[in-house]
Design a protein around this ligand. Structure first.
Ligand SMILES: [Fe+2]
Length: 325
């Protein structure tokens, strides 16, 4: 459910020199109806390692080394979540009262680039922005024209594993005032990684790479993601389905046209597995556990299938197909 359409926020913008230009999708942050069930699915079943939890907001963060978290999972609640000083962290009246997208997190190259983008958005008249210091990253939040919340963040430290370890039991989030003077122009995102997969998990997930948003407002949404965010259209896109990439060139966001605005929402995420044989094993395991396999696709050097998490969010697992010569 959306409080109101935010399309008017961007109606006045004519931007043909995209301001944000993120590298890629870094994480998907979801409100889930049961954190226990989401943990069981994403960690014990899918193999993501839980690296941090915030009991105050009933939240878990998961990563296999791709970035500081690929998944943020927060239990939905119909009451406000408050911190130890009584300050409202998540107001149930506004959002998070049922399973839904909290936000999509897009990784920027560096803090200086993020601050420059923030300043340019302000000059263009974009007012609906919030800025947060997460300790390991600085973030700018703003909604897309449909009201899906987006986070654009730049990592500000290299060693996020130590940061999580040192932050147990502490409040790590605070306000951030973006300033060009002193902004760090050095990238801190991980260059590469060896996946550190939950050892007993039957599914060997490497990372979350892509999110799909269903929209009845396809043209305005595509315009926003191309010309304000600065993603690039990839081959295979058509008038009902856009495949978009950040500066790494990898598919990072899909827009899917739907007719009924009631069906406009975050739809699914893409999870990369290492090898085609792990895909076969993952499919068999999910079937044996009663998870539906809704679609299967093969082609363009990869095989994939779609299943549903406990809240009905779609999960596409995919893996490269190997040529057997
Ligand atoms: Fe986030």
């Amino acid at each position: 459910m959306r409080e109101r359409s935010t399309v008017e926020l961007y109606d006045h913008l004519v931007v043909r020199n995209p301001v944000l230009r993120p590298r890629r999708l870094g994480h998907v942050n979801l409100f889930v109806s049961s954190l226990a069930k989401a943990r069981e699915f994403y960690s014990e079943t899918c193999g993501f390692v839980e690296i941090f939890e915030e009991p105050l907001i009933t939240a878990a963060f998961m990563s296999n080394g791709n970035t500081h978290h690929d998944l943020g999972l927060i239990e939905a609640s119909t009451t406000d979540r408050v911190d130890k000083d009584g300050k409202v962290l998540i107001s149930a009246a506004q959002r998070g009262s049922k399973a839904s997208l909290n936000h999509l997190g897009f990784e920027m190259d560096n803090e200086k680039q993020l601050v420059e983008a923030y300043e340019n958005l302000k000059k263009l008249g974009v007012k609906a922005m919030r800025t947060i210091d997460h300790g390991l990253a600085h973030s700018v939040y703003m909604p897309d024209p449909d009201g899906n919340m987006l986070e654009f963040y730049a990592d500000v430290i290299d060693d996020w594993r130590s940061f999580w370890k040192d932050s147990v039991g502490k409040t790590v989030t605070g306000g951030w005032q973006p300033a060009l003077e002193g902004a760090d122009g050095k990238p801190h995102y991980p260059d590469s990684f060896e996946p550190d997969i939950h050892p007993s998990s039957p599914i060997k997930s490497r990372r979350v790479t892509c999110a799909t948003i269903a929209t009845s407002n396809f043209k305005a949404m595509l315009d926003f993601y191309l010309n304000v965010v600065g993603l690039e259209l990839l081959p295979g896109s058509d008038a009902r389905h856009a495949i978009l990439a950040g500066t790494t060139g990898e598919a990072t966001l899909r827009l899917q046209k739907v007719e009924d605005p009631k069906n406009a929402a975050f739809s699914n995420m893409g999870i990369e597995l290492g090898q085609a044989d792990t895909l076969v094993a993952a499919k068999a395991y999910l079937r044996s556990k009663g998870y539906p396999i809704q679609k299967e696709e093969n082609g363009d050097g990869q095989a994939s299938f779609l299943t549903m998490d406990p809240d009905g969010f779609g999960v596409w697992f995919y893996a490269p197909t190997t040529n057997s010569h």
